[in-house]
Design a protein around this ligand. Structure first.
Ligand code: AMP
Ligand code: ZN
Length: 469
């Protein structure tokens, strides 16, 4: 398996630190609003990377944070007259709903910055002790960039160029820095902001230190893959490397993966430009699997332009797969025989070439566009070769082959079977009996089970009513 490493600017063979295991960290969103489909791009891409690695037999420890302390969150809280915590909690919940809709699996751990302050204080202290950081008069702690020779290695920037660039950009209020390139590790609180006590001042952490600390806590000093959108290469990831490598004395991440932007009218989609669409808006118009397929239809390192036309063609592409799977199921249940014929065995062998092509594409730096092409070749093959004459085994094997590939891409292509009315009634009866026996846990379980299948219960005076939602 090869992947493009931003650090070396080369496609490299993936060799994990520990055999059979992958330690992976993906920078997550700042939670002050509904996520937009630009934010969804890294979520979908790196979830697919994770799924493919698991398919290849790796055990993946996947960590992705929520940044829940930040100026933008604080401003939003002031605007609404509520606490920052209320804002971040609300948007973490909303983000999780969007992730579920896009079939992005929850991370192994989703740490929250506000829960990891102790680790940040400890790392900052280490950096000060080792001479990599200093405290200014007002208690702000800065990282001393000149103390790290390798600064700039990820973004391939030269220290001298950086220095002169920063000098011309110097902002007022930062005169207390030794060098304009230095960045904040800890800053004093302002009136009304959330804060924590520290040896330097009551305040809060800078953004970069969060990820260094959460990555170390959940994955260890040295990790395999660190990922995020390409806007994070500089300064965020460059600063994370400086902090982690200076504090831990080890290489931070072996491979750095960055997705290109999702654009709209060829401009980056972003909150600040106001040209964004939220995942929630898209979900009102499309099944979010369409959005997922749209994201996978381009290589992750190529810019992708959002357009109504591309969404429409992704919609029909998804329908083609869903229809093929449905047809294979029908053929399977209507088949007269079960045993594979000799001709079918030969066909199955031939169909193996589509999985091989899929793997070849994914092994080549996760080329999901080519992997999808292999899926459509298999769909075509299935539509032509699985007929009314086919055995149940043949239809079933081809369907399994197809859904194995779509599962790797995280595309849901099997329509969930609708529950029959009598099955629902039976469960309602069981729930009534459980309540009578004061087994409320079981009663709640049944209510939730039904809700998951889209059946909502209402307890009325005339008894329990239900409706599909
Ligand atoms: P943010 O909440 O802005 O820190 O972004 C969370 C993640 O979304 C980061 O990995 C960003 O790089 C990524 N991201 C934000 N906007 C876009 C975009 N238009 N296209 C692709 N990735 C993006
Ligand atoms: Zn980060």
């Amino acid at each position: 398996m090869k992947l493009f490493n931003t650090l070396t600017r080369k496609k490299e063979e993936f060799v994990p630190i520990e055999e059979g295991k992958v330690r992976m960290y993906v920078c997550g969103p700042t939670v002050y609003n509904l996520i937009h489909i630009g934010n969804a791009r890294p979520m979908i891409i790196f979830d697919t990377v994770r799924r493919y690695m698991e398919y290849k037999g790796y055990e993946v420890n996947y960590v992705s944070n929520f940044t829940d302390v930040d100026d933008k969150i604080i401003n939003k809280a002031i605007e609404e007259g509520v606490s920052s915590e209320e804002i971040s909690k609300r948007y973490i919940e909303e983000c999780k709903k969007d992730m579920e809709g896009m079939n992005v699996r929850p991370a192994t751990t989703h740490p929250l910055a506000t829960q990891e302050i102790d680790g940040m204080l400890e790392m900052i202290k280490t950096l000060i002790d080792k001479g990599h950081a200093y405290v200014s008069d007002d208690g702000t702690v800065y990282f001393r960039v000149s103390s790290f020779d390798e600064y700039g290695k990820l973004s391939h920037k030269n220290l001298d160029d950086l220095q002169s660039g920063f000098r011309s950009l110097q902002v007022s209020g930062e005169e207390q820095k030794e060098d304009p390139m230095d960045f904040v590790l800890w800053k004093p609180k302002k009136e009304g902001e959330p804060f924590w006590t520290s040896p330097w001042c009551d305040g809060r952490p800078g953004w970069h230190i969060e990820c260094s600390v959460m990555s170390r806590k959940y994955l260890g000093d040295e990790i395999d893959i660190h990922a995020g959108g390409e806007d994070l290469i500089f300064p965020h990831h460059e600063n994370e490397i400086a902090q982690s490598e200076c504090a831990n004395g080890k290489v931070f991440a072996h491979y750095w993966m960055h997705n290109a932007f999702l654009n709209i009218d060829n401009h980056k989609m972003s909150k600040s430009l106001g040209n964004f669409r939220t995942v929630r808006e898209i979900s009102a118009q499309y099944d979010l699997q369409v959005l997922r397929l749209f994201m996978l239809s381009a290589h992750y390192r190529s810019p992708l332009n959002f357009s109504a036309d591309l969404m429409e063609s992704s919609k029909s592409a998804l329908e083609r797969i869903v229809e093929a799977v449905r047809r294979l199921k029908d053929r399977e249940s209507a088949a007269k025989g079960n045993e594979l014929t000799e001709a079918e065995s030969a066909f199955l062998k031939e169909a193996g070439k589509f999985t091989a092509a899929f793997e070849e594409a994914m092994d080549d730096d996760f080329n999901t566009a080519d992997a999808l092409a292999a899926v459509f070749d298999l769909v075509k093959f299935a539509n032509t070769n699985v007929t009314e004459e086919s055995s149940a085994s043949f239809a079933s094997e081809i369907r399994k082959q197809l859904t194995t590939l779509t599962d790797i891409l995280g595309l849901k292509v099997e329509k969930e079977e609708e529950m029959l009315d009598e099955e629902i009634e039976k469960l309602i009866e069981e729930r009534q009996a459980a309540r009578k026996a004061k087994n409320f846990a079981r009663a709640d379980e049944i209510r939730n089970e039904l809700l998951e299948k889209g059946i909502q219960l209402k307890d009325t005076r005339e008894g329990v009513k239900w409706q599909r939602v």
